[in-house]
Design a protein around this ligand. Structure first.
Ligand code: MN
Length: 447
């Protein structure tokens, strides 16, 4: 089931009973986020009546692995490998005329963000935040496109504060700013799950993440030229904001409730000045409630794809990997292995640490353990691990600054080998089972 726009995806969700409508009037201040959080992982939501706004809001459209599997047209267990395949087989985008691009139905050069229903999500957030805006920019040196999602705080009718972590966009901005020039950007809002996922790929500099969307779609992503900046944006988006990152300007942005379920602090950040807004005639606004499954999963799938490849390069007997929700889908990795040599589990742990600075605790389990089931993983740790022998700690490596227990990013790493020793006597670690249990259909027995 592939779809090429948010609208198509909403109708797919509707047909499958996965979309619920909220007709009651909802306040953008906390209330919308609270409802979104409560139903997270169960339904996508469309809020049709927003106080003081005329544009509806959707959230949770990519909130479970099952939904992402449906969007990709693969089974749930295949998501990660499918994403890795798409990243290895990118498809070039195609440029379409503005007259065939829905996002050009309305064009305004006088941007007023107040017309958009931008929610305040968490108690101590510094203000309303755009959380599902895919930002497009070009490398000032090479002209190659880059796509990324950033938290964007409304600072004025046409001004946004932005957090830019040290990756590709921060490099572009540094280059432009050193020459005293603004960096042109565009922000696309109201996108389907495959495009959102593609934006989160961990790719090298110079790789256009939009081409992953084409691979996932099985057809080129349609782009259209912007009005006021030299960029191209998805023609099927609901809303596009055009503007520029201002050189030499910083304003206070934050705090903001982030994915680890803590607040990222307020500090001076770069500022975007908006120069145009284009949209569909009757646009739908999209928000991702921070720290919900939707937020975590969109980051987790591309990370799992990279993690799996890197760990498999080192230990070919690795079968699958999982970044658990309890670990904010960043800090805790579970690795499933078909161990053939003693010591492979520890090597897999080293590879996982080296794959990403965010990974903090790694557990390796045998293939009979369900890595998506926290109870099963805990059972393996409880019954197949002796801490003195199977746990090791590396102190003060580089971790994630948003982890409040880190020392400004300096973080200890812990590996847990919860695999059965290869020389264990037969039967000692045999998991109990009841023959025929899998085939039992309870409805045949219960009245
Ligand atoms: Mn990039």
């Amino acid at each position: 089931m592939t779809c090429f726009s948010l609208r198509q995806w909403l109708s797919v969700l509707e047909q499958n009973g996965c979309l619920r409508h909220v007709q009651k009037e909802v306040d953008l201040h906390y209330e919308l986020a609270a409802i979104g959080k409560k139903v997270a992982g169960r339904y996508a939501l469309q809020f049709n009546k927003i106080r003081n706004a005329s544009i509806p809001v959707v959230t949770g459209i990519a909130g479970t692995r099952d939904l992402l599997a449906m969007a990709m047209g693969v089974r749930r267990e295949q998501i990660v490998e499918h994403f890795a395949w798409a990243q290895a087989n990118p498809m070039e985008c195609v440029l379409v005329e503005a007259r065939t691009a829905p996002v050009k139905e309305k064009i305004s050069n006088d941007v007023d963000l107040q017309v958009l229903p931008i929610p305040v999500h968490h108690e101590k957030d510094g203000g309303p935040y755009i959380t599902a805006g895919v930002l497009i920019a070009k490398d000032p040196c090479t002209g190659v496109r880059n796509i990324s999602i950033h938290r964007l705080q409304v600072l004025g009718p046409n001004r946004l504060g932005i957090l830019i972590l040290p990756r590709h966009l921060s490099y572009f901005f540094r280059v432009a700013e050193a020459e005293g020039k603004p960096l042109e950007i565009a922000i696309a809002i109201g996108l389907d799950p495959l495009l959102l996922l593609a934006s989160q790929a961990l790719t090298p500099l110079g790789y256009d993440e939009f081409t992953i969307a084409g691979a996932l779609y099985g057809r080129p992503l349609e782009l259209v030229k912007c009005e006021t900046v030299d960029l191209e944006v998805p023609a099927q988006a609901e809303i596009v904001l055009e503007g520029r990152l201002l050189p030499g300007v910083r304003e206070i942005e934050g705090p903001f409730g982030e994915y680890p379920k803590y607040y990222g602090p307020a500090s001076p950040k770069p500022v975007i000045e908006l120069t145009a807004m284009t949209s569909r005639r009757d646009p739908i606004f999209q928000t991702i409630v921070p720290a919900t499954k939707e937020h975590l999963l969109l980051g987790a799938i591309p990370r799992e794809a990279s993690l799996l490849q890197i760990v498999k390069n080192t230990v070919p007997n690795v079968l699958s990997v999982h970044l658990t929700p309890g670990g904010a889908c960043r800090y805790h990795a579970i690795i499933s292995i078909d161990k053939q040599n003693e010591g492979e589990a520890k090597n897999a742990i080293f590879a996982a640490f080296s794959s990403s600075q965010e990974i903090k605790h790694v557990v390796v389990v045998d293939k009979d353990v369900d890595i998506f089931n926290p109870e099963d993983v805990e059972w393996a740790i409880a019954t197949r691990c002796q801490a003195g022998r199977d746990v090791f700690i590396v102190e003060r490596a580089l971790g994630n600054k948003l982890d409040p227990s880190s020392d400004n990013g300096l973080s200890d790493k812990m590996g847990i080998d919860a695999t059965v020793p290869l020389d264990a006597e037969p039967g000692r670690f045999e998991r109990i089972r009841i023959p025929g249990e899998e085939a039992i259909r309870l409805e045949d027995y219960l009245d």
